[in-house]
Structures are given as C-alpha cells and as structure tokens.
Design a protein around this ligand. Structure first.
Ligand SMILES: [Zn+2]
Length: 62
C-alpha cells in the first residue's frame, strides 16, 4: 500500500503529490518555486515598522 501525501503549492495553491521525484516540492513547478522565493526575498528587505533611513552625515553636519 502506498500512501501519497498531497500538499498545496505555497505559491499557487495547486494540489500536488509529494514525491521524491518532484524536485520542486513543496512547489508544483520550478516557476512557482522561483516566484515564492522572490516574494520571500522581498519581504526580508521590507521589515514592517522598521524603516531605515540612510543617514548622510556630511549633509547633516552642514
Ligand atoms: Zn504552484
């Protein structure tokens, strides 16, 4: 008896089978994997409530 675990693609919510042969799991495809990674990278660069203002010390002093 083989139980195939099914998961939903985090990117497009499409159901897919969790198989060793699926190198993109938990994503359904390479495209979704790349899309999700892009979103994740974007989120890392924008931390809510913690905006970083570049300080130019030379301008501040004058
Ligand atoms: Zn997908």
């Amino acid at each position: 008896m083989t139980t195939i675990k099914k998961v939903n693609c985090p990117s497009c919510s499409k159901e897919l089978e969790w198989k060793e042969s699926n190198e993109y799991r938990p994503f359904c495809s390479e495209r979704c994997k790349l899309v999700d990674f892009g979103d994740w990278a974007m989120e890392r660069h924008s931390i809510p409530g913690e905006e970083i203002y570049p300080v130019d010390s030379q301008d501040q002093d004058q």
